[in-house]
Each structure stands twice: as structure tokens, then as C-alpha cells.
Write a new protein. Structure first.
Length: 117
């Protein structure tokens, strides 16, 4: 059973920054493609950033492009999301998981990010 443990969320003022981490208990971490998703209250879960297995290719949704940076550490089996210039609309529960064509794993509990003054 693969376990995904997200951490690093919290309450931050608009314009602030947070760094999320996702620890993955999986031996095939390095060959999988990983992403960060978020789900705001009453909305569907959306993919906001992902990194391919080689680590070189990353993609972002238009809503976070230029503000968020995804990275991975294959030795630590951890995916990171550096979030800068946070906006109230970034408020959501953030989750990590694989992205296509890697098989989706069971979801973790996520980490709450709240952007408010």
C-alpha cells in the first residue's frame, strides 16, 4: 500500500509563501510522474503542477504559472511545491499524487492552505 503524506500547509497572508512537501512510501517513486492537486470547498480537485519522471519537464496550470514551482527529490522520495505570491483563491486542500500515464495512487489526507488577511 503506497502512502502519500502531505505537509507544510497553513494560514498565510496574501502575497506570502509556503512550501509543501509530499513524502511517498513507494520504491518506484523515481520512475513515476508526480503532481500537486488542489480542491477548494465545493469544487472539483484540479491538477495545478506536475513533474515528469526525469525531473526535467514540469508543467503548471495557468492559475499558478509564474508563482508556484514543483520539484522532486528521488533520493528522499519527496515532491515539493514552492508557492509564492499567494492569493486568496489559492485557498484549498492540496494533495500530491501521480499523473498520467503513471497509475493514480490512493489519495492522502492532503494539507490545508488558507490565504487570508
Amino acid at each position: 500500500q503506497v502512502e502519500l503524506v502531505e505537509s507544510g500547509g497553513g494560514l498565510v497572508q496574501p502575497g506570502g509563501a509556503l512550501r509543501l512537501s509530499c513524502a511517498v512510501s513507494e520504491s518506484s517513486f523515481s520512475i513515476s510522474h508526480w503532481g500537486w492537486y488542489r480542491q477548494a470547498p465545493g469544487k472539483q480537485r484540479d491538477l495545478v503542477a506536475y513533474t515528469m519522471s526525469g525531473g526535467g519537464l514540469t508543467k503548471y496550470s495557468d492559475s499558478v504559472k509564474g508563482r508556484f514551482t514543483i520539484s522532486r527529490d528521488n533520493d528522499r522520495k519527496t515532491v515539493y511545491l514552492q508557492m509564492n505570491s499567494l492569493k486568496p483563491e489559492d485557498t484549498a486542500v492540496y494533495y500530491c499524487n501521480t499523473v498520467y500515464p503513471s497509475t493514480l495512487r490512493s489519495w492522502g489526507r492532503g494539507t490545508q492552505v488558507t490565504v487570508s488577511s
